[in-house]
Design a protein. Structure first.
Length: 579
C-alpha cells in the first residue's frame, strides 16, 4: 500500500507490526529502551526542580537545612538514575549491535525458505537489495523504528513530567478567564496558554510536514541508490578484486572502462541525489528552526510577563519556563518522530513484502521408497515466470529404476531447465513429473531432496574444511569422505594437505586455505554427490571443467560412481555418454 493510500490507523498498525517483528530479533530490547527513556528524561527535571527550590529559598527564608536537603536529594537521585541508565544503556548498545546481523540472518533464512523461482526473479533480488540497503546504508527500516521509538518514549515521558510540574507549580496560579488590554493581563489569562497551545500545534504540524517533504526526497534517492550500490559493489568488491577476473582486467585493460561505468551509472547519479537531499534538508530545516525560535520567544514573553506581574516567584520562573519549553520540545519531537515513523513504514512495507513471499512447504503425498526410483516425465511444458516463451515443450520420458539415461542437446536447449524441474526447484507449467507415482512440486522438494543427489555445472563450494564441504554438514564420516574422494581421483592430493579433510578451502576466512583449480573443485562437487549416497543421481555437465585426462578418468569410473542407482546424465557432447 502506497504512502498516500494509507490511513493513520493503517500506519499505526504497521508500526505495531514492526515492533512485534523487532521483538523476534532482540527479545526484551524495546522494554529496556522504554525504561531507559523514562530514567534519562527524569534526570534533567531533577536539576530544574532543585535549582528552582534553591533560588526560591535564597530569595526568601534562606534556610540552610532546606538548601542542604534539596541539593543532597537532587545529587543522590541524579547519581542513582545516572548509574542505572548507564547500566541499561550498555545492555541496549550490546543488543543494538546484534540488530544488523540478526536482520541479515532473518533475510537469509527467508531466502533459503522461499520458492527457488523467486530467487531467480530480478524484481525479488532488487527487493532484497532495498531491504538490506535500507538498514545497512541509511539505518532505516528496523533500525529507524528502534531509534524513533526511543525518541517517542522520551517525548512522552518528558511531556508527562512537564504537565505534572506545571499543574503543581505556581505558574498556573492566578490564571484568569478574562484579561485587560495589557500584556500582563493576557499573560495571566487562560488565553495566553491557549495562544501558546495554538502556536505549539502549528509549529508541530508544520515541522511534521517539513519532515515528510525531506523524507519524500530521501526515499526517492534511496530507491535508486539501492540499484547504484548493487552495481558498484559488483564491480568494486567482486569483479575488480576477484582473482578469477584479474587476468581479463589486466590483459584487456578493463580497469578504466569499469571505473568509467561505475562513475557514470553510480557515483554521478548518487552525488546528484545527495545534493537533492541536502537542498531539501537545508530549506525545510531552516523553516523548522524559525518556528522553534518564534515559539521560544513567545514563551519568554509569557513567562516574563507573569514574573513581572508577580504571578510567579523568582524561583518558579526557571521552573515554569523550563517545563513549558521542554513540553514544547517533547510535543514537537513526538510529532516529527511520529511522522518519521509513518514515513519509515515505506521501508517496513518492503521488509514485510520480502519476508511474506511464498515459501517451499509441504511434503510428499506418501513415503518414498529410497531403494526404488522410477521417474515419469509426462508431456511437460515449462516457461520461466514472466516469460512468454516456453523453455521446454511437450517433453516425455520414462526412466526405470536403476536405469542410466543420457540427455544430450545443444547449449540453451533446456537440459538444465529439465533438471531443475526434476529436482522440484520449479513447478511445471503443463504436464507432470512423477517419482514413484508421486508428483514432484516445489512444495514437496525437501522431501524428495533427501534421496536425490545432483551435481550442477555451476556448483558452489563453501569456504569451509573439505570434509564439511563434502558432507554438507558439521559432522562427517571420514571413511565415507575418503572413499568419495578416491572415486573421483583426488584423494591423493587431499592427503598431501597439512590438515587433510580439515583443510579449509579458499582464503576468504582462513589465510591457510587452499585454492583449487576448476577441475579440482568440480571433483569435490562430484564427491559431494557420491557421499550423499542418494537413490537418484543427476549429473549436469559434471566434467565441464575437467581436462581430457581427468574427464576420461571420471568416465571410466562412471559406472562405479553411479553403481546400481537411477542416473540421469546431462551433456552437450554425445561421445561423453559412452560409459
Amino acid at each position: 500500500m502506497k504512502k498516500n493510500d494509507r490511513t493513520l490507523l493503517d500506519d499505526i498498525k504497521l508500526i505495531n507490526r514492526g515492533m512485534n517483528e523487532f521483538e523476534t530479533f532482540l527479545p526484551g530490547q524495546l522494554k529496556l529502551l522504554f525504561i531507559y527513556s523514562a530514567i534519562t528524561m527524569l534526570i534533567p527535571y531533577i536539576g530544574i526542580c532543585m535549582t528552582s527550590v534553591v533560588i526560591s529559598e535564597l530569595s526568601s527564608h534562606q534556610r540552610v537545612w532546606v538548601l542542604t536537603v534539596s541539593v543532597t536529594v537532587a545529587i543522590m537521585l541524579t547519581l542513582i538514575l545516572t548509574i542505572v541508565s548507564a547500566f541499561i544503556n550498555k545492555r541496549i548498545s550490546v543488543g543494538y549491535n546484534q540488530l544488523f546481523p540478526a536482520h541479515e540472518i532473518r533475510l537469509n533464512e527467508k531466502a533459503n525458505a522461499m520458492k527457488f523461482s523467486l530467487l531467480e526473479n530480478e524484481k525479488i533480488r532488487e527487493l532484497r537489495d532495498e531491504v538490506s540497503g535500507s538498514i545497512s546504508c541509511s539505518g532505516a527500516g528496523m533500525g529507524s523504528l528502534y531509534w524513533d521509538c526511543e525518541i517517542i518514549f522520551k517525548a512522552l515521558f518528558s511531556a508527562a513530567t512537564a504537565i505534572v510540574l506545571l499543574a503543581f507549580n505556581a505558574g498556573v496560579k492566578g490564571t484568569t478567564l478574562g484579561f485587560d488590554n495589557t500584556l500582563f493581563g493576557f499573560a495571566n489569562s487562560v488565553w495566553g496558554y491557549l495562544a501558546l497551545t495554538v502556536i505549539i500545534i502549528i509549529s508541530a504540524a508544520v515541522s511534521s510536514k517539513m519532515m515528510s517533504k525531506i523524507f519524500d526526497v530521501s526515499f526517492d534517492v534511496f530507491k535508486n541508490g539501492a540499484r547504484y550500490n548493487r552495481y558498484a559493489d559488483y564491480y568494486k568488491l567482486e569483479y575488480l578484486s576477484d582473482d578469477k577476473s584479474a587476468k581479463d582486467v589486466r590483459l584487456y585493460a578493463q580497469k578504466n572502462l569499469i571505473l568509467d561505468e561505475v562513475l557514470d551509472k553510480c557515483y554521478i547519479p548518487f552525488a546528484e541525489g545527495d545534493k537533492r537531499e541536502k537542498d531539501a534538508s537545508s530549506k525545510n530545516n531552516g523553516i523548522m528552526l524559525l518556528l522553534s525560535a518564534l515559539t521560544g520567544g513567545f514563551v519568554y514573553i509569557l513567562v516574563g510577563a507573569k514574573a513581572i506581574n508577580g504571578s510567579i516567584g523568582i524561583g518558579n520562573v526557571l521552573l515554569t519556563y523550563s517545563a513549558v519549553t521542554m513540553f514544547i520540545k517533547a510535543l514537537t519531537d513526538f510529532a516529527m518522530t511520529f511522522t518519521d515513523l509513518r514515513n519509515n513504514n515505506e521501508h517496513l512495507l518492503r521488509y514485510f513484502d520480502y519476508v511474506s513471499l511464498e515459501e517451499e512447504t509441504g511434503a510428499a503425498d506418501k513415503s518414498v521408497d529410497c531403494n526404488y526410483v522410477q521417474v515419469n516425465i509426462d508431456n511437460v511444458s515449462f516457461k520461466y515466470p514472466g516469460s512468454k516463451n516456453y523453455a521446454l515443450k511437450n517433453v516425455s520420458l520414462f526412466i526405470e529404476n536403476g536405469q542410466k539415461v543420457a540427455i544430450v542437446g545443444a547449449n540453451g536447449s533446456g537440459k538444465t531447465t529439465l533438471v531443475k524441474l526434476i529436482c522440484g526447484l520449479y513447478d511445471v507449467t503443463k504436464g507432470s513429473i512423477k517419482i514413484n507415482d508421486t508428483v514432484v512440486t516445489a512444495r514437496n522438494r525437501n522431501e524428495f531432496g533427501k534421496w536425490l543427489s545432483a551435481v550442477f555445472q555451476d556448483f558452489s563450494l563453501l569456504a569451509l574444511p573439505i570434509g564439511n564441504n563434502i558432507s554438507a554438514g558439521k559432522l562427517y564420516d571420514e571413511s565415507k569422505v575418503w572413499k568419495a574422494l578416491e572415486k573421483v581421483g583426488i584423494r591423493e592430493k587431499i592427503e598431501k594437505y597439512p590438515e587433510k579433510l580439515e583443510q579449509s578451502l579458499f582464503k576468504d576466512y582462513d589465510d591457510d586455505g587452499v585454492e583449487l583449480s576448476g577441475g579440482e573443485a568440480q571433483k569435490i562437487a562430484i564427491a559431494r554427490g557420491i557421499y550423499k549416497d542418494a537413490a537418484l543421481i543427476i549429473l549436469d555437465e559434471p566434467t565441464a571443467a575437467l581436462d581430457p585426462f581427468a574427464e576420461y578418468e571420471i568416465f571410466t569410473k562412471m559406472n562405479d560412481l553411479s553403481q546400481d542407482k537411477t542416473t540421469i546424465f546431462i551433456s552437450h557432447r554425445l561421445y561423453s555418454c559412452k560409459w
